[in-house]
Write a protein that binds this ligand. Structure first.
Ligand code: PHE
Length: 354
């Protein structure tokens, strides 16, 4: 070996001392990582020393190898602990910067956030309620926790009916209670204590045990509508649907009517609107079809009316179940339903009124 053992050992110590000195001036994680790789990376000074040991005696190699490994370990340890320290500082800084005292209006305003406002789903729900109230509809409520009868049986979906699989249900352990999978339960409850003619809407949360994606959530919102009177026809249904959609969007929207199967309506339809996010070109929200299913509807199945003690020789009716989340997404061009319920103030504050 051209240098003697002690010189090489001293060199390693010097490298280490220099590292310790350099480390002191680091103040970001990226800098620490750079420094670490500069010292112990594959072109680092320690590697170079080890490569230069070709002519050294086994004794020398062992000594130098040992010293170099100790030095490497030390560098690893010190970098790791500084990285952790910096990480903590970063978290604390971000907590301090993003801290919001929600009871303090001024600090909320100072951060450019709103002090209050309605969630866009609430706003649209109320808008729709108002449209229907102005046409003489009542607004009804219903429980989230339901029983088999109101969610399925009385809607012409008997036990073992394959249509039960259409809706992935959150069942309770007793298998008799569930979280309502649709607001159609409000049709059943509405009929229980009314005599025809009547017309009402029923908004609220519904629950489906399914995987989420850009257009599916497991908790979402619907508004049910039901009108029972003499001589109700598909023309009445179309009139109300068109009026509803043009009032909500405040512009003409392109719609299409397709047959749709729901055991509680006959005939059943799906009203789709031209996707307003991609203007019909195709995007994840419309599953690249250019159309979004918005308004399933139909004429109420006679069996459902019978469960509701409506005399089907005199009366019939229509019903619809409008998806509010999708409506909001279309109205404000929101391309992921999950944003609506993520609770992120930066998102919801865009819709605030003050
Ligand atoms: N309840 C149906 C659903 O969730 C929608 C619907 C309501 C269809 C009323 C027809 C009539 O999916």
């Amino acid at each position: 070996m051209s240098e003697n053992l002690q010189t090489v050992i001293a060199k390693i110590s010097k490298i280490f001392d220099q590292f310790v000195l350099d480390l002191k001036s680091m103040n970001s994680k990226a800098q620490v990582l750079d420094l670490k790789s500069k010292y112990i990376g594959k072109d680092g000074p320690l590697t170079i020393i080890m490569k230069g040991l070709k002519d050294a005696t086994p004794e020398e190699k062992r000594e130098i190898g040992k010293k170099s490994n100790e030095c490497k370990d030390q560098i690893e340890k010190m970098s790791k602990s500084l990285l952790e320290e910096l990480e903590h500082k970063e978290i604390n800084r971000s907590l301090e910067e993003n801290w919001i005292d929600i009871s303090d209006r001024d600090s909320i305003r100072a951060k450019g956030l709103c002090s209050s406002g309605y969630h866009p789903i609430t706003t649209i729900q109320r808008e729709i309620e108002d449209i229907f109230i102005s046409m003489g509809f009542e607004v009804l409520d219903g429980p989230y926790l339901e029983d088999d009868y109101h969610n399925f049986e009385a809607l012409n979906i008997p036990k073992d009916h394959p249509a039960r699989d259409m809706q992935d249900t959150f069942w309770f352990k007793d298998m008799a209670h569930l979280l309502r999978t649709h607001t159609s339960t409000i049709q059943v409850r509405g009929m229980e204590n009314r005599t025809p003619p009547f017309k009402f809407v029923g908004p609220g949360k519904v629950f489906r045990c399914e995987r989420t994606d850009a257009s599916h959530e497991f908790v979402f919102h619907q508004i049910e509508g039901m009108m029972v009177d003499k001589n109700i026809s598909v023309a009445n249904l179309m009139y109300f649907s068109k009026l509803l959609l043009s009032e909500v969007f405040k512009k003409e929207v392109e719609i299409r009517l397709r047959p749709g199967f729901f055991p509680f309506v006959e005939p059943g339809f799906e009203i789709d609107i031209r996707c307003l996010i991609c203007a019909g070109k195709g995007c994840p929200v419309c599953k690249h079809s250019g159309w979004v299913e918005l308004l399933p509807c139909g004429l109420v199945h006679p069996n459902v009316l019978k469960y509701g003690k409506v005399d089907t020789s005199i009366y019939n009716g229509f019903a619809f179940g409008l998806g509010l989340d999708r409506l909001v997404m279309m109205k404000y061009a929101i391309d992921d339903i999950r944003l609506l319920h993520a609770g992120d103030l930066r998102f919801v504050s865009q819709f605030a009124s003050i």
